[in-house]
Write a protein that binds this ligand. Structure first.
Ligand code: IPD
Ligand code: CA
Ligand code: CA
Length: 274
């Protein structure tokens, strides 16, 4: 295993331990609200601190972009940038709904290089290194082989905090749902992307994500033979947070169904985030 991936795995497992322990006593948690439907608990903070400490203890000069504590080190042109979501699916976690994950990605000179997504409830560890494939608990994973959207299980995330694109999203949903065998919305975008990489879903789309939700999942998918892009299939997804993913065939078919519903703000050219 690449030494930087080893550190990422160590960090993710530490965070997972903190999350699992806290899940035994949800009633004791202190929770605060960042904005409408946006909660953060002391577990998010503690898990993030453990991850950052693990990374910086070994690589003190690396840069950090983390959901709860923000940035550390050079963000303009960082040689190494770690992108961290310590607990993806906080709302699920707070409700005892066992679908959440730790997501850690490493970018080297702007290119995704290492990725870990860890599901502490099921002890499922998804990892990828650029050019080396994607793995779930040491077994190689690949995207599904289904060629038709009409045979596909599709994951998504619908708006629940920011409703700016609700109408466009619902129009996409209305068009996509009857063309598939089913749609799922479990509530952790990072884990959703890991599931695309593992072939559990054939495709996925969501609007309004942050880099820490998707960076690791994107590398997992491409290393598993899949494709990822924004709503037009272009490579702006990490910055803009609008994402379509899937095996190559289903990715193309999802883009076709989405295309008629794109408002100007949802195109690749739009500078707006989320
Ligand atoms: C959220 C989850 C969810 C997605 C949201 C994210 P958080 O992350 O990934 O599936 O729909 O947009 O913000 O806030 O629980 O880390
Ligand atoms: Ca998240
Ligand atoms: Ca989070």
């Amino acid at each position: 295993m690449h030494p930087m991936l080893t550190i990422a795995v160590k960090a993710a497992r530490r965070a997972g331990g903190i999350i699992n322990r806290a899940s035994q006593n949800l009633d004791l948690l202190h929770v605060s609200k960042k904005s409408h439907s946006d909660f953060v608990s002391e577990v998010d903070g503690a898990a993030e601190e453990a991850i950052i400490k693990t990374i910086l203890d070994t690589y003190p000069n690396h840069s950090i972009l983390a959901e709860e504590s923000g940035t550390q080190g050079d963000q303009e042109q960082p040689e190494f940038l770690w992108i961290i979501d310590p607990l993806d699916g906080t709302t699920n976690f707070l409700h005892g709904f066992p679908q959440y994950s730790v997501s850690i990605a490493l970018m080297h000179k702007g290119v995704l290089n290492q990725a870990v997504i860890y599901d502490p409830t099921n002890d499922e560890l998804f990892v990828a290194s650029r050019g080396r494939g994607a793995y779930l608990n040491d077994r190689r994973i690949r995207v599904s082989k289904r060629t038709k959207l009409s045979d596909s299980l599709i994951g998504t995330g619908f708006p629940f905090r920011d409703f700016t694109h609700m109408d466009a999203y619902m129009a996409m949903f209305k068009d996509i749902a009857p063309r598939t065998v089913g749609i799922r919305r479990p509530g952790s975008a990072a884990l959703d992307l890991a599931y695309v990489a593992a072939g559990r879903y054939d495709g996925f789309w969501e609007i309004g994500l942050a880099p820490w939700d998707i960076a690791a999942g994107c590398l997992l998918i491409t290393e598993a033979g899949g494709l990822v892009g924004d709503l037009e299939g272009n490579e702006t997804h990490i910055e803009c947070g609008k994402i379509v993913a899937g095996n190559p065939k289903v990715f193309g078919q999802l883009l076709q169904v989405i295309a008629p519903h794109l408002t100007p703000e949802l195109t690749s050219k739009s500078k707006t985030t989320n």
